[in-house]
Write a protein that binds this ligand. Structure first.
Ligand SMILES: C=C1C[C@]23C[C@@]1(O)CC[C@H]2[C@@]12CC[C@H](O)[C@@](C)(C(=O)O1)[C@H]2[C@@H]3C(=O)O
Ligand SMILES: O=C(O)CCC(=O)C(=O)O
Ligand SMILES: [Fe+2]
Length: 278
C-alpha cells in the first residue's frame, strides 16, 4: 500500500537521526520517543519507537513535541496512514461483528469511531544486531511477550521477520513477514466483550542479526468511560460473564501498572463460574 511505503521511508529517516535529536522527542510518558525502555515498570527490549495518540481532540503535548522535532512531511505521512488504517479497522470489526452475529453491527466500530476513543499508534524500529551471530543462535528480545490491552491492533511491517505468537501449548510460532498484509490482533478488551470467544494472543518480537524491522501498529481502544463487558447479543441463554465489570479507564490504569508479560485479565476474572484462564 502506498501509505505504508511512504510511512516506512519517513519513519526510517526519523530513526536514522542522531540519538541526541531523537531524544528531544522523549522520554515516552507514555507518548513520545522511547529507546530500549518499554513502559515505566522496568521492561526493556532491542527496540526504539514512537508512541503517539491518534485522537486529534486529545493530542498530547508530547505528540506535539515529536512533530516539532520532525519535518512536516513526517507528520502528514503519519496522519494519512492513521486515517487510512482507522477506516480499514472500522470495516474489519464490523465484519467480525457479522461473523459473531453481534447486533447492531456497529457495536464495536462505534467505540473506535467515537471522538473520545482512546486509541494510539506505534512505530517500532528493531535495528539489526550483528553480535547475535557470534552468540550461537541465542534469542534477543526486541519486544517482550505480552497481549495488547485494547479492542484490536492492526499491524503492518516491512519484510523482516521477528514477530511470533504463542500457541496454547506454549510454543512460539513465527508470523511470516509480509509487507503487503495486515496482521490483526485481538486485544484483551475484545476478549472480554466476546466473553472469551475471541482470545488476545500473546506475542513477542525477536531481533534479527542482519536486517532491521520496522512495524507500525494502530491500537483501537474504546472511550475511557466505556463499560467493558460481554455484548448482550452474542451471549447464549443463561450464559454468565467470565469477568467482573470494569471501565476501560479502570483496565488501562491497572495495565499501565503491570509489567509487559503479566496476565492482566487475571485481576478481572470472576473467581466462580468457570475458568476464563490464560
Ligand atoms: C509495560 C508496559 C508497556 C505498555 C504499558 C505496560 O505497562 C503494559 C502494556 C504495554 C502495552 C502493550 C501494547 C502496546 O504496545 C502498548 C502501547 C499498550 O497499550 O500496552 C504498550 C504499553 C506502552 O508501551 O506504554
Ligand atoms: O513490532 C511488532 O511487530 C510488534 C510490537 C507489539 O506487539 C506492540 O507494539 O504491542
Ligand atoms: Fe503487541
Amino acid at each position: 500500500m502506498e501509505f505504508f511505503t511512504r510511512l516506512e521511508a519517513e519513519a526510517l529517516k526519523f530513526f536514522n537521526l542522531p540519538q541526541s535529536d531523537k531524544d528531544k522527542a522523549g522520554p515516552p510518558d507514555p507518548f513520545g520517543y522511547g529507546f530500549k525502555k518499554i513502559g515505566s515498570n522496568g521492561d526493556v527490549g532491542w527496540v526504539e519507537y514512537l508512541l503517539l495518540n491518534t485522537n486529534p481532540q486529545i493530542t498530547s503535548l508530547k505528540s506535539l513535541t515529536v512533530f516539532r522535532e520532525t519535518p512536516e512531511i513526517f507528520r502528514s505521512t503519519v496522519n494519512d496512514y492513521i486515517q487510512a488504517v482507522k477506516r480499514m479497522t472500522f470495516e474489519v470489526v464490523e465484519l467480525m461483528a457479522d461473523g459473531l452475529k453481534i447486533e447492531p453491527r456497529d457495536a464495536l466500530s462505534r467505540l473506535l469511531r467515537d471522538e473520545k476513543s482512546d486509541s494510539c499508534f506505534r512505530l517500532n524500529h528493531y535495528p539489526p544486531c550483528p553480535e547475535l551471530q557470534a552468540l550461537g543462535g541465542r534469542n534477543l528480545i526486541g519486544f517482550g511477550e505480552h497481549t495488547d490491552p485494547q479492542i484490536i491492533s492492526v499491524l503492518r511491517s516491512n519484510n523482516t521477520s521477528g514477530l511470533q505468537i504463542c500457541l496454547r501449548d506454549k510454543t512460539w510460532v513465527s508470523v511470516p513477514p509480509d509487507q503487503t498484509s495486515f496482521f490483526i490482533n485481538v486485544g484483551d478488551a475484545l476478549q472480554v466483550m466476546t466473553n472469551g470467544r475471541l482470545r488476545s494472543v500473546r506475542h513477542r518480537v525477536l531481533a534479527e542479526s542482519m536486517r532491521s524491522r520496522v512495524s507500525m501498529i494502530y491500537f483501537g481502544g474504546p472511550p475511557l468511560s466505556e463499560k467493558i463487558a460481554p455484548l448482550a447479543s452474542l451471549m447464549a441463554k443463561g450464559e454468565e460473564s467470565l469477568y467482573e465489570e470494569f471501565t476501560w479507564w479502570e483496565y488501562k490504569t491497572s495495565a499501565y501498572k503491570s509489567r509487559l508479560g503479566d496476565y492482566r485479565l487475571g485481576l478481572f476474572e470472576k473467581k466462580t463460574g468457570g475458568a476464563a484462564g490464560q
